[in-house]
Design a protein around this ligand. Structure first.
Ligand code: 5GP
Length: 180
């Protein structure tokens, strides 16, 4: 793995796909143990979740259904955005269902707080929040992320679904912003 350039920034190799995939497998196995007698709905938070979502489904051995919602939070740069917009609500009736929200990364927790508010009015059977990446130093909310894969330092990352100004989502591995 080599340094890469996206727009005006340089990113250095950080976590390989193989390492990420082990974390995804662990998450899939943990969820299977809990939900094997049920048919949960995996609700992916677009766009960043795309890679995690597909890989998790491939590793999940039980029955499940799929659904998506779309939020806009980062608006293309390196800085987090306090304001979150619902671009597209969940494309499935979740009444009386076990719902597993799949997020790519939890940073300050603003997004999962927004998701909790969005879902608390829906008559679901249960909700679990799962995030592949988690930045514990940044997380400020009095809320639970029920299951996480890999803890990250407070650095900006791209790849494996995560972008910098629209680019980089298709990188297989995870890269970290190179500080000057
Ligand atoms: P939070 O609302 O928890 O602060 O941030 C969650 C959202 O911010 C994620 O869904 C993701 O879109 C974005 N985000 C947070 N940290 C990073 C990062 O290091 N890189 C990228 N590309 N996006 C991030």
């Amino acid at each position: 793995m080599e340094e890469i350039k996206i727009h005006d920034k340089t990113f250095i190799p950080f976590i390989t796909y193989e390492e990420i995939d082990k974390a995804v497998q662990r998450i899939a196995n943990t969820l299977y143990e809990e939900y094997k007698e049920e048919v949960p709905v995996f609700v992916g938070v677009l766009n960043g979740v795309i890679m995690f979502y597909c890989d998790l489904l491939k590793h999940y051995n039980g029955e499940c259904e799929v659904a998506f919602l779309q939020l806009a939070s980062y608006h293309g740069g390196l800085k987090n955005c306090e304001k979150i917009d619902l671009v597209r609500d969940v494309n499935k009736d979740l009444t009386n269902r076990h719902v597993i929200i799949l997020e790519d990364i939890v940073d300050t927790g603003n997004t999962i707080e927004f998701l909790h508010k969005l879902l608390e009015n829906k008559p679901v059977k249960s909700i679990k929040i799962v995030s592949l990446f988690f930045k514990p130093e940044m997380f400020k909310k009095d809320l639970n992320v029920d299951l996480t894969g890999i803890n990250l330092p407070n650095k900006f990352v791209v790849g494996y679904g995560l972008d910098y100004a629209g680019l980089g989502r298709n990188l297989k591995d995870l890269y970290m912003l190179k500080e000057n």
